[in-house]
Write a protein that binds this ligand. Structure first.
Ligand code: URA
Ligand code: SF4
Length: 190
């Protein structure tokens, strides 16, 4: 298991599959427990993540830490990664072609870690994961489906998929942190 994650790391460090490799400082591969029961998937690295190679280490990361603290789950017990491993410049949105070529890494990470719960943060990771697990017809804006549990069958048994607002929304609208906190409480229950 660890071997495969190491292999993914090596490949991502050398990856030139899309043009984002040209402007990255470090790719952000993922962080946390390799046997995590919960995997969080964000969108793409921002400026701080690009500088450090660590996911959610800037303003959004602070919100995420606050949410995890709220439900008393430690960062080292979960695994956090993103749809795209390299930072889109000016924090623009991920492009379709970039998602297409990059997500084979994410798929391998999920397969290797084999979590029981996948938490998607924001529209991009929600759309990707819903499509991957046959929930395409249930894709709606995150404001409609946040905090709901979607159970699916995978090759390795049942998985729960739970979409959340991206923590970044709470950095410009502080009120949403209450919604996020309430949604995160679901993780405590399951
Ligand atoms: N936003 C994300 O989606 N991912 C990060 O790693 C940081 C900010
Ligand atoms: Fe490779 Fe993904 Fe980085 Fe593009 S974003 S260069 S596909 S690791």
């Amino acid at each position: 298991m660890k071997e495969e994650l190491k292999k993914i790391k090596e490949e991502v460090l050398n990856c030139k599959k899309c043009s984002l490799f040209k402007t990255r400082t470090f790719p952000v591969i993922g962080q946390g427990s390799h046997s995590a029961k919960i995997v969080f998937i964000g969108e793409a690295p921002g400026a701080n993540e690009d500088k450090t190679g660590r996911p959610f280490c800037g303003a959004s990361g602070k919100i995420l830490d606050e949410l995890l603290a709220h439900i008393k789950i430690k960062r080292e017990d979960i695994y956090i990664c993103n749809i795209l491993k390299c930072r889109p410049s000016q924090n623009r949105k991920p492009q379709k072609e970039e998602i297409e070529v990059c997500t084979s890494y994410l798929e391998r990470q999920i397969k290797t870690i084999n979590p029981k719960v996948i938490c998607t943060l924001g529209n991009y990771s929600t759309a990707f994961i819903f499509e991957k697990y046959g929930l395409k017809d249930q894709i709606q804006g995150i404001s409609k489906i946040h905090g709901k549990i979607f159970e699916v069958d995978s090759l390795f048994g049942k998985i729960k998929i739970i979409p959340f607002f991206h923590p970044a929304v709470a950095t410009y609208n502080r009120n949403t942190i209450e919604v996020l906190k309430k949604d995160f409480e679901i993780l405590k229950e399951i």
